[in-house]
Write a protein that binds this ligand. Structure first.
Ligand SMILES: Nc1nc2c(ncn2[C@@H]2O[C@H](COP(=O)(O)OP(=O)(O)OP(=O)(O)O)[C@@H](O)[C@H]2O)c(=O)[nH]1
Ligand SMILES: [Zn+2]
Length: 342
């Protein structure tokens, strides 16, 4: 693609400093070379709700060249789905990792042993996003009894399919290839070294991402440093992400409930509607813990995420209140200026 036609819809494949790389949004013509589009000085694009938005990978925008012919993003379209995480630091901003995704592949290695808590955390991220979560257990070639581990993971991932794969041995990938339909967008998330880039390459059938041990310059292993959307020959879109270290999941109560439907259902049977599942009489959750029906580990994981969700809800309330206050301050300042000016 050499130029962007007037008013055409484009898809953001990568975000750089002050610019984005875009391709035509329709799957049929998305495979050409991306075009670099400079952003306005603030790095933002006008979008829904009359606000200016930071574009993210997977965003769809209307491109309209400026008067001087330079490509420009005129408008960001509303996001169908949005994968968000807590941005680093103490600010209450969230960061959109990817937009308009249909499937979230939660990648976790079988060797070393999978971290169930991390899977639950990433599943919460996926459910929150509104996309379909699919767990992919990687490096099956390195462990003898992958199916036993997979059963444990399945118990920790109600409602999500769990697939055991080896990207290097090309096993178990068929169910994932079946997800790659034209126009469908998949994003791969998971810890560094889980084999995300290797998986993306295997699904793409080409070396589209550089992988762990391929660096020949002796400066240690390659690791994915940016998010990138890849338009596959079959018409599907795949987004690779860098390993998410300690993902600040932007949990909300509904997403936590979707990840832990077993705990949510037990809680419904507690005698008190506001049961904290600590020492209340008639607590169905405690009973399930005692009988072994609900593993301690899973209960602890649920509690941690539920607390984070509650904390984040309070924090965003506080943020709204602060915004409201700032607006009010501005209004009074305007009013004073007006009075003084009379
Ligand atoms: N044995 C085996 N090794 C694998 C498999 N998939 C990936 N690896 C290896 O695991 C290492 C990490 O793979 P990557 O694909 O770079 O992992 P990543 O999740 O993209 O890592 P980051 O880019 O750091 O987030 C590399 O050395 C891969 O060759 C697999 O199925 N089997
Ligand atoms: Zn209870």
């Amino acid at each position: 693609m050499d130029s962007l036609t007037v008013g055409s819809q484009v898809r953001v494949v990568r975000v750089d400093r002050g610019a984005v790389l875009v391709v035509p949004a329709d799957a049929a013509s998305a495979r050409g070379l991306p075009v670099r589009v400079e952003l306005d000085r603030d790095g933002l694009v006008p979008g829904p709700q009359g606000l200016r938005w930071a574009p993210t990978v997977g965003d769809v925008a209307v491109s309209r060249p400026r008067a001087d012919g330079v490509p420009h993003l005129a408008e960001l379209l509303p996001r169908r789905t949005e994968l968000v995480r807590d941005s680093a630091g103490s600010t209450s901003r969230t960061q959109a990792l990817a937009a308009n995704v249909d499937v979230v592949l939660v990648a976790e290695h079988l060797d070393p042993e999978p971290d169930l808590g991390r899977i639950e955390r990433l599943l919460t991220l996926a459910w929150r996003c509104g996309a379909r979560p699919v767990v992919v257990l990687t490096k099956a070639d390195l462990v003898p009894r992958a199916s036993i581990v997979a059963a444990e993971v399945t118990a920790a991932a109600p409602g999500a399919d769990v697939h055991v794969v080896s990207a290097t041995a090309d096993t178990g990938l068929e169910p994932l290839r079946a997800l790659l339909r034209p126009g469908v967008t998949l994003v791969v998330v998971g810890p560094s070294g889980a084999g995300k880039s290797t998986l993306v390459n295997a699904l793409a059938g080409a070396e589209v991402m550089s992988v762990g041990d391929r660096r020949a310059d002796g400066r240690g292993r390659h690791t994915t440093t940016h998010r990138e959307l890849i338009a596959l020959d079959c018409g599907a879109f795949l987004i690779d992400t860098p390993g998410l270290r300690a993902v600040g999941v932007v949990a909300d109560a509904a997403a936590v409930e979707a990840t832990f439907p077993d705990v949510a259902e037990l809680a419904l049977a507690c005698r008190f509607a506001d049961c904290a599942h600590e020492s209340e009489p008639g607590c169905a959750v405690r009973a399930a813990l005692e009988s072994g029906e609900l593993p301690e580990r899973r209960f602890d994981s649920w509690r941690r995420l539920a607390r984070e969700a509650a904390w984040q809800a309070r924090r965003s309330d506080a943020r709204l209140a602060a915004l409201e206050k700032a607006r009010w301050k501005q209004k009074t300042a305007e009013y004073r200026r007006e009075v003084r000016g009379r």
